[in-house]
Ligand binder design. Structure first.
Ligand code: WT7
Length: 651
């Protein structure tokens, strides 16, 4: 609860400059209030108006259908295509030759794709996919570096109605196996490799390893990016430059039902099995595009840069779909923020004259630590708006971002949302509201957040509690792929009677109605703005012969927000060594990906449990938070004594 005390003490508020307000889409709190009220009192009218701004092959009959709640549908009866709305629609306007994507590779190579060129590449890719046998409804798995072809492949999938499942390039072969099986995906698009911190990440080799366990995969399309040696399996693997270059550039966009599946994106839950978040076409399109316009205050002359990887939902919504749907210019960067030096991001801002910059608190903390000299030696005067996403931002990092990166003149939008929500739900609108360090802000149009108690009592006024969303919104997930029951269970069972969506986050609402997100309330750890399920890491650990039992908890981490601490019990006849720590850390990296590598491994003879056999995570969390130095000498005896004492206290 210390974060709540913090917000109570936080009295600083910052108003946008008159110059910013003058050019903003929404210029005052009154204007927001008016629009918000309309969106709540008449959601069908509000969202129907918003949807009018897109191309429809056939207009919808019903804006929102609640009949099968919580399986809501939006814009039922309509036919549209998100790729068409992101690309084709701009070709008959002056934007035809506007930059859609400005890309920079880590080694410094660059490419700019106009909307016209993007269209050409997307059509060719779509035809190549068809020639490989991809049909409408088939799931295509993408495991790629941050190169333009990733965006091209996504749009090509959307064009032909083949939902994509993007797997972050940092995930391991095993993660690919699980996701390919769960989505029953027969097609994969990958690359030989991608650049990261000066070396080549061998993506194709990881796919090969995964596919040993995925006999159902029929075709693998391979982009040549890093020129590292790869094996091509005859009959299965096809080079991108063979298939795509040869394909025709004429590929009409399919007329898809509003609820046609657009993508699956896997995210961690509190159980071991990743959840396949399913998003569909029209509602996601309207939500991602409208939030892009208002939250990032997009203007045609802007150069917009979101530093996320497209493997996360942030990249889906705010590098590709929401941004291109507005006809804006999106910058894409392949590599690490500190390669060749910690000023790389600021070089990019200076070089492309970036106006709107969207990144994560973990990155901001790292920049602050690397030293002010890096941003200060670059010209960042083009920036006019800054954003953050992924986890709560501590006020110190927020102030640093404002002063050092924003030069004190740029509003900061702290955007709260989730893979499940598809688009931003809580934020400030930069021209309309004051901001407060550490506070996300107010609900976006159509969003009805509510703080409630465990028992479901609404807590109005200044209060903390569980954050729920009372009414559906267009870009919400539709289900967990292949598991409707789990969808209902995870998001709608706790407050089934009321029909509220459970976010899994705790939040505090302040005297001005601003929401401050405190963090996850379930067994999910937020590492560097990405969710990891403790169960997932525990199962990975237990799969190693050295491990009898494992309990994983988060602890406060200076840069990553939360670090991962694993308490591991080993067979009685084994005395674990420091080397074993490394072995287990690498084992988790291999099972899930480097992002899930525990920061600390603590060996113990037994885990503290309640009499009923439940691991006492609360205690472990305390221990993990209290002793942050690695290699500390906490002995097993101390540990069990503490556990026993606590048990006795509670009894
Ligand atoms: C969880 C969702 C949405 C894209 C990135 C993460 C946390 C997200 C904020 C924020 C405080 C935040 C929440 C949420 N979170 N944004 N601005 N302030 N917390 O997507 O992996 O689906 O994780 O990230 O805990 O539930 P995700």
């Amino acid at each position: 609860m210390s974060s709540i005390e913090h917000v109570l003490e936080e009295t600083r508020t910052f108003h946008p400059t008159a110059d910013f307000v003058e050019h903003a889409h929404i210029q005052s709190r009154e204007e927001y209030d008016e629009m918000y009220k309309h969106s709540i009192n008449d959601p069908d009218g509000f969202w129907g108006d918003a949807a009018e701004n897109f191309h429809w092959f056939k207009k919808w009959d019903t804006v929102l259908n609640k009949d099968a709640a919580p399986f809501y549908t939006w814009f039922e009866g309509g036919k549209t295509n998100l790729c068409y709305n992101c690309v084709d629609r701009h070709l008959t306007t002056w934007r035809k030759n506007k930059a859609a994507l400005i890309w920079e590779g880590e080694p410094g190579d660059t490419r700019t794709l106009t909307y016209q060129e993007l269209h050409r590449q997307v059509c060719k890719c779509a035809n190549a996919l068809k020639s490989l046998g991809v049909k409408m409804g088939d799931c295509v798995t993408l495991y790629m570096p941050m190169v333009p072809e990733l965006a091209i492949a996504m749009l090509a999938c959307a064009r032909i109605g083949a939902p994509h499942s993007i797997i972050f390039g940092g995930f391991s072969a095993n993660a690919i196996v699980d996701r390919v099986h769960d989505a029953d995906s027969k097609f994969i698009i990958t690359a030989d490799g991608g650049y990261r911190r000066g070396s080549v990440v061998p993506l194709k080799a990881t796919v090969d390893e995964a596919l040993e366990k995925c006999p159902g995969v029929e075709k693998v399309l391979v982009l040549k990016r890093a020129d590292n040696a790869v094996e091509m399996k005859e009959g299965r693997d096809i080079w991108w430059h063979d298939a795509v270059d040869a394909a025709s550039a004429d590929c009409p966009a399919e007329e898809l039902d509003s609820e046609h599946p657009l993508f699956i994106l896997y995210t961690s839950g509190s159980t071991g099995k990743p959840k396949g978040i399913l998003h569909t076409t029209a509602g996601y399109m309207v939500g991602a595009a409208l939030t892009s316009k208002y939250v990032f205050d997009l203007r045609d002359e802007d150069t917009y840069w979101c530093t996320a990887d497209i493997g996360w939902v942030t990249g889906h919504s705010y590098i590709v779909y929401g941004i291109l749907a507005n006809g804006a210019t999106s910058v894409m960067y392949e590599g690490a923020p500190n390669h060749p030096d910690p000023g790389r991001f600021w070089d990019i801002v200076e070089k492309y004259k970036v106006n709107v910059f969207y990144t994560a608190p973990t990155a901001i903390r790292a920049f602050a630590k690397w030293g002010d000299e890096h941003p200060k030696s670059r010209d960042l005067s083009s920036l006019r708006l800054l954003g953050t996403v992924g986890e709560p931002i501590n006020p110190e990092a927020w102030m640093w971002y404002r002063d050092v990166i924003g030069g004190g003149r740029c509003p900061i939008v702290d955007t709260w949302w989730q893979t499940e929500t598809g688009s931003i739900l809580i934020t400030t609108l930069p021209g309309a509201m004051a901001t407060k360090p550490g506070s996300a802000g107010l609900p976006f149009f159509g969003i009805q957040p509510q703080i409630v108690s465990e028992e479901g009592e609404p807590e109005d006024g200044m209060h903390s509690g569980l954050l729920v969303i009372k009414e559906p919104w267009p870009s919400m997930l539709r289900t967990l792929y292949g598991d409707d029951e789990r969808y209902k269970e995870v998001y709608f069972s706790k407050f089934a009677e009321q029909g509220w969506y459970l976010t899994g986050d705790g939040a505090f609402r302040d005297k001005d109605g601003y929401f401050m997100i405190i963090g996850r309330l379930d067994d999910v750890i937020n590492v560097s703005g990405h969710r990891l399920g403790t169960m997932e890491i525990e199962s990975a650990l237990v799969s190693h012969e050295l491990v009898v039992e494992a309990a994983v908890v988060g602890f406060p981490h200076e840069i990553k927000g939360q670090g991962i601490c694993a308490f591991v019990s080993v067979p009685a006849d084994i005395t674990p060594t420091d080397d074993d720590m490394g072995v287990l850390r690498n084992h988790v990296a291999k099972e899930i990906g480097a992002i899930a590598k525990p920061d600390q491994i603590r060996f113990t003879e037994a885990l503290p449990k309640t009499r009923s056999g439940k691991i006492m995570r609360r205690l472990l969390r305390d221990i993990a938070a209290g002793r942050e130095t690695t290699g500390d000498t906490t002995t097993l005896e101390d540990f069990s004594v503490m556990a026993k004492l606590r048990e006795e206290n509670e009894a």
